[in-house]
Design a protein around this ligand. Structure first.
Ligand SMILES: Cc1cc2nc3c(=O)[nH]c(=O)nc-3n(C[C@H](O)[C@H](O)[C@H](O)COP(=O)(O)OP(=O)(O)OC[C@H]3O[C@@H](n4cnc5c(N)ncnc54)[C@H](O)[C@@H]3O)c2cc1C
Ligand code: SF4
Ligand code: SF4
Length: 412
């Protein structure tokens, strides 16, 4: 087993976060699926156990040969250890439980849905992050194109500040405002001097950038919470081109997400496009009925054919409504793809290493009568490593797998 170096001594770190607060390096946050930023010293997510920090050597300045060491200076617990190394642990065990989970289906494999191309088409996990109070938008469901434009405004303002400073230095040197200089320069009254053409060019680019920024700011004033939502079910599941199986939990998570969005903003109109809503579980069907009758969710029966966008980057959903047998389209603020649960990359390698078989869908093969037993005695499986399942079922399986493992270790 490889225990990766954290470069932070977990026995000393108190989890106070002083290091991350002062760290000057920000990079895309994987936990937020790139929608937010994190520091080079970070916790993968707030509830992680143990609650201690780690350094990402790929972005940390010290590891990249630059000057820094700020975290070491501010850490009062003296927990920073840049010299830590990965450890290979050899464990002598009586049983193994595989709980390696799942990967999300890559929705770019369905190009007609526009994921990765149309900014306001997101997958369900990205939508969960938008809904989360601890997420990149603090729970405000914003269109990704609006988030992009807000970032653009911030970076343009910074650039403009820098360019304006260089105009100010010309103005100071020549004791003349840039406006006056430009009028005279373009009228041909000022010509000699190497730096005048550069000043004029800089002035023009500042004027252009200011105009673009003002336009963007005027556009941003009209931005609002995304309240028209289209949930597209079975993306990569129950589709013979990709996975034939039902991913089993996505109908329920879309219902939950739609209800939460409505709870965040009562103006929300949520449409769930489905072949059928598979609400299998105790109280699940009642939850679906309550969603329609009390919360006002709209269930549309039909497979979505294509997603395009209008001039404001609003997704347009093209679909057949099977109940009326008509083809229709609908414009929304955000389209949310309920992507399939797939066996994770690397599962083949792990199966080969352990000598365990996989089933036709690449999940670990199990015995029909002993559903936690893999094809190798003493190696058990639980959760989505066995097949798609929700959290309660994964947790119940985990307890059962622990019991099966204990039986082996304790000698039957
Ligand atoms: C958008 C979305 C919303 C959902 N909402 C809900 C919900 O509201 N309620 C609900 O019940 N279910 C929900 N689910 C389903 C839920 O995510 C799964 O049921 C649950 O995560 C399965 O747990 P697991 O432990 O089997 O797998 P995972 O959660 O995938 O955990 C597996 C872990 O193993 C780690 N791992 C993998 N390989 C290795 C290795 N070689 N070494 C070390 N670690 C490794 C992975 O990094 C991962 O952390 C949702 C799913 C999605 C996609
Ligand atoms: S040494 Fe690395 S992790 Fe520490 S503050 Fe500097 S960039 Fe951040
Ligand atoms: S759970 Fe619902 S959305 Fe997910 S694959 Fe099954 S039917 Fe489709």
């Amino acid at each position: 087993m490889r225990k990766k170096a954290r470069y932070v001594n977990e026995d000393l770190c108190t989890g106070c976060g002083a290091c991350a607060e002062k760290c000057p390096t920000s990079v895309a946050n994987e936990y937020e699926l790139g929608l937010g930023k994190r520091k080079a010293i970070y916790k993968f997510y707030a509830q992680g156990i143990p609650s201690v920090f780690c350094i990402d050597p790929n972005s940390c300045r010290t590891f990249q040969g630059k000057k820094c060491g700020v975290c070491e200076k501010v850490c009062e617990a003296k927990a920073i250890d840049y010299k830590q190394e990965d450890k290979i642990l050899e464990l002598n065990v009586g049983a193994i439980i595989l709980s390696t989970g799942y990967d999300l289906f890559d929705a770019t494999r369905i190009p007609e849905y526009g994921y990765g191309r149309l900014p306001n088409v997101v997958n369900a996990m990205e939508f969960e992050r938008l809904l989360s109070a601890s997420g990149p938008t603090e729970g405000h469901v914003e269109r990704l194109s609006d988030i992009r434009d807000h970032h653009l405004i911030k970076t343009s303002e910074k650039k403009l500040k820098k360019s304006s400073k260089s105009l100010a230095s010309y103005e100071k040197k020549h004791k003349m405002s840039s406006d006056d200089f430009y009028k005279q320069f373009t009228a041909g009254n000022i010509s000699d001097g190497d730096e005048f053409p550069k000043w004029a060019k800089q002035y023009e680019s500042v004027q252009e950038a200011t105009k673009e920024l003002e336009e963007l700011k005027a556009k941003a004033e009209k931005f609002d919470i995304a309240t028209r939502l289209a949930f597209i079910q079975c993306v990569g599941s129950r589709d013979f081109r990709f996975n034939k199986y039902c991913s089993s939990y996505c109908c329920m998570h879309s219902l939950k997400e739609a209800m939460m969005a409505k709870d965040h903003d009562a103006r929300t109109e949520a449409y769930i496009f489905n072949m059928d809503l598979r609400t299998v579980g105790k109280g699940f069907e009642e939850y679906k009925v309550r969603g329609a009758e009390q919360i006002g969710l709209h269930y549309v029966r039909g497979r979505v054919a294509e997603i395009t966008q209008d001039e404001n980057e609003n997704p347009i959903i093209w679909y057949e409504e099977t109940t009326s047998q008509t083809t229709k389209h609908m414009t929304v603020d955000l389209a949310i793809l309920a992507v399939a649960c797939e066996a994770p990359k690397g599962i083949e390698k792990m199966a080969e290493m352990l000598g365990a078989d996989l089933d036709e869908n690449r999940f670990f093969k199990t015995d029909l009568l002993n559903p936690l037993d893999t094809t190798v005695p003493g190696i058990f499986v639980c959760g989505c490593a066995q097949r798609p399942m929700d959290i309660p079922e994964s947790v119940a399986q985990a307890s059962s797998a622990a019991c099966r493992a204990a039986e082996v270790v304790a000698g039957g």
